[in-house]
Design a protein around this ligand. Structure first.
Ligand code: HAM
Length: 410
């Protein structure tokens, strides 16, 4: 028997309904903040991701050559594609641009619970705004989107300048390696690496900074630097907005394009793969042929949200199955159409068996049965059976619709 590729999943209807419910809550929140949905191609020119995404991502990419010899890659993330699209299509649009997306990404990672080779991100990009309030907006929106999903989470906010100041004494190669250890929170690895490079003292300061949770203490470790005022303003706005966050100057992020504020969120009830969101301030537009444009955004790991939520079935919609005799069929088709227009799930019986057998099939998935025979066809009425109580009534079409719409769902 053929199987799905490793690291991918199939979703049955129950799971798909729960996913759609969470997705639509996230969309609703993004829209309420003035963000509008966009869509980019599932694959892009390979160069788009090799320019600035970072080694980690490059090693995990699905790369292929098309029949025209072009080197392409399945998108491992959407920030680079969205900024490419901005440079191609959005440069003249009034700024700031507030865009969001819900799309699948592909990374060749070792699969486990919460880590897949095809996974979905719900993300936003705020393009062309460069103020602390812009960064705060993105963090506030992330907080609201995660809250809307119903999970319990912890938000960590940091700024790359803290680490950058300390890392300055290393050459670019060692800086990169040190950042990789910090991103993986591998302090023994960091210590060992830096003592091998005669920078043992630096590893103590880096580890102290990564563990620091107080803003003035963080500045004590690094000393003052020009962005201080801006960083302090950002954190004051978060406090004014009542956002619950933890300062974390140790956030390094796995992608290379970030320039300033960075943030991540962790689900409180997940183990290893508990990072459910990552984002920050970055600059990419100038690398893709546009003007240098300040941007800020984040992506939610949608699949991890679903794991953190556990099994919570979506709220069932109203449903009524249609049982009918051959004489009743023309009226049954009309009635079913009216029920569907009212937003009620209204599948037809497809077996053509006796009404009793049709009803027993319908009772497996619906709360109501609409029964249509010759009598209903002639009187233009509907026999409606509440399958929970067993009560059956002959009603006008309008009354039957009203009864189903106003009745409780299971
Ligand atoms: P990222 O941290 O690489 O950032 O990915 C964002 C989120 O996607 C992660 O926090 C995680 O929840 C989820 N994720 C990553 N890899 C996997 C996987 N293999 N399986 C399941 N979930 C996964 C970005 O992608 C940036 N583009 C975010 C961003 C937007 N920065 C600015 N704007």
């Amino acid at each position: 028997m053929l199987q799905k590729p490793r690291g991918t999943r199939d979703f049955l209807p129950d799971e798909m309904e729960s996913r759609r419910e969470v997705e639509s809550r996230m969309r609703g929140v993004a829209r309420s903040w003035g963000y509008r949905e966009i869509c980019t191609p599932e694959f892009e020119e390979l160069d788009l991701f090799t320019i600035r995404s970072g080694e980690g991502i490059i090693q995990e990419m699905y790369v292929f050559e098309d029949k025209g010899g072009r080197k392409l890659a399945l998108r491992p993330e959407l920030t680079a594609p969205v900024l490419r699209m901005y440079v191609n299509e959005g440069k003249t649009l009034p700024k700031p641009l507030r865009w969001f997306y819900f799309a699948d990404c592909f990374r060749y990672e070792r699969p486990q619970k919460g880590r897949y080779r095809q996974f979905w991100q719900f993300g936003v990009e705020l393009i062309g705004a460069d103020t602390p309030i812009a960064e705060a907006e993105v963090i506030m929106l992330a907080h609201e989107i995660l809250s809307s999903s119903g999970i319990s989470f912890t938000l960590h906010v940091g700024h790359l300048s803290f680490m950058r100041i300390l890392l300055k004494e290393l050459d670019p190669f060692d800086q990169k390696r040190a950042r990789m250890f910090l991103d993986k929170r591998d302090t023994p690895g960091l210590r060992e690496y830096l003592s091998g490079r005669d920078h043992a003292a630096l590893s103590d300061r880096l580890i102290a900074l990564a563990g620091c949770r107080d803003l003035s203490q963080a500045f004590e470790i690094t000393g003052d630097f020009p962005e201080r005022e801006r960083i302090e303003e950002l954190f004051s706005i978060l406090e004014e907005a009542g956002i619950c966050y933890t300062l974390n100057p140790g956030i390094a992020r796995g992608l290379d394009y970030y320039t300033g504020m960075v943030f991540e969120a962790f689900a409180d009830n997940l183990g290893a793969e508990n990072q459910v969101l990552g984002g920050g301030t970055y600059r990419l537009a100038h690398l893709f042929g546009g003007e240098d444009t300040p941007s800020c955004g984040f992506a939610v790991g949608f699949d991890r949200i679903m794991v953190a939520r556990g099994e919570r079935p979506a709220a069932p919609g109203k449903s009524a199955g249609v049982a009918f005799t051959p004489e009743g069929r023309p009226w049954a088709l009309r009635v079913a159409g009216e029920f569907r227009k009212a937003g009620i799930r209204t599948p037809l019986d497809l077996t053509g068996k006796s009404i009793g057998q049709q009803l027993s099939g319908i009772s497996r998935f619906a709360e109501y049965a609409i029964i249509i025979g010759g009598k209903e066809r002639d009187s233009k009425t509907v026999t409606l059976k509440d399958l929970r109580s067993g009560i059956q009534k002959n009603l006008s079409l309008d009354d039957a619709l009203h009864e189903v719409c106003s009745g409780d769902t299971r």
